[in-house]
Design a protein around this ligand. Sequence first.
Ligand SMILES: [Zn+2]
Length: 283
Amino acid sequence: MLVTTDEILQHAHKNMYAVGAFNFSNMENLHAIVEAAEEMKSPVILAASQSAIKYAGLECMVAMVRVAAKNSSVPMALHLDHGTDYQTLIRCIANGFTSVMIDGSHHDLQGNIDVTREIVKIAHAAGVSVEGELGRLSGVEDQISVSEKDSIYTNPAEAKTFVEATGIDSLAIAIGTAHGKYKGVPKLDFDRLVEIKKLLDMPIVLHGSSGVPLDDLKKAVSLGINKINIDTDVRQAFTDGVHEVFEAKPSEYCIRKICGKGKEHMRKVVCEKIECFGSAGKA
Ligand SMILES: [Zn+2]
């Protein structure tokens, strides 16, 4: 069944577990995520980025998710990941997404409040959940010094101001993760997470979670993270599956065999993450 992200995340927040938000850009990706969620009896968030929407088409993505949700017993939400384009945000809200992220993190605090509040007003009128972001996720190659931490990572007091001024349903925070592939092992600022969770008492979101050791993710969940975004790890798994097909048979041309193997690899990784996040059996 198709539900809002808020419905999924409020339960996760109250029961101290996290739900995976897995990115998809085609049918095989979607099937991999949904099959994994069903196997694990877990709620799941289907995340579409602006570039994925450009690639697959908004109507096509919504239609595929509606069919998947109708035929499934696990709660799932369709979520716009990193909405920065006003038109795309409105199109998603108006056309079947049950959740959007408005990413105003490149603005200063007041600018971020202004753009986020505007989207919350429209989205909530349509029954759609909103995720905001405060703080900046560094690039994977950036070295962050201790003095830089306070200007880049989420400031707990500012986070409280931001949430109260905007009315968002969940907040993405920066505590040391980055988008893309890590070269070393990221060091998460768990103390900051504890402080933010205590002050806000609401669903908290972690981006850039691919490549973060599962033990660190588990710890983050135990300290209050309720939504974990995974994009790079599932893309890599899908591509590994496709490579495996061509290594065994370079002349393979059956699309179903090629994409099917990609799907199989991706499904396994989604199951692993669900197990780690503690959402198995929560559907
Ligand atoms: Zn992200």
